[in-house]
Design a binder for this molecule. Structure first.
Ligand code: ZN
Length: 163
């Protein structure tokens, strides 16, 4: 039977993920949040989302770029990937990118402090100018693909209602 990851179910998981992203040592995270160092390492390797992992990579390579810059870079990459997927009518891929973008924007919001102390991140995202801009770009790019556009816009509504 697979063991439950103590970090995934940890009440401070977000803080742990944030610490991992910012490059805090496993030992220190383990001590701060009273979890096993091994559990932190395993969680970092297996459960950090792709977006978070991509942000973490430059830290380990010794990059000094501020977190906000790295998030911006990631968002820009997502937008490029999205445009490519959308313009070729690859709906599933476009949707996957949209999900990543949403995660990036939430991360950016948290990093900049805009979304701090506001538990309903999703609700705030709907009114964030960046999200509305991305949303508009997405739907415009899909104009030529009515079917894909309908599917994407349906999923966006679901995302925004927090599902
Ligand atoms: Zn985990």
């Amino acid at each position: 039977m697979p063991r439950v990851c103590t970090v995934c179910v940890h009440p401070e998981r977000e803080a742990i993920d944030a610490a991992l992203v910012s490059g805090t040592a496993y030992t220190e995270i383990a001590r701060t949040h009273e979890v096993g160092r091994e559990a932190v390492r395993r969680h970092a390797n297996r459960h950090l989302s792709a977006a978070l992992a991509a942000l973490r990579a430059p830290t380990q390579a010794g990059s000094r770029a501020p977190l906000s810059d790295r998030i911006e870079t990631l968002i820009a990459r997502c937008e490029v990937m999205f445009t490519a997927a959308a313009s070729e009518g690859r709906t599933a891929q476009a949707l996957a990118v949209v999900k990543e973008l949403r995660a990036c924007l939430e991360l950016a919001g948290r990093a900049s402090g805009e979304l701090r102390d506001q538990p309903a991140v999703v609700v705030n995202l709907q009114t964030s100018p960046e999200w509305l801009q991305v949303r508009a770009v997405i739907l415009t790019a899909l104009m030529a693909y009515p079917e894909a556009r309908a599917a994407v816009s349906g999923r966006l509504l679901e995302l925004e209602s927090g599902q």
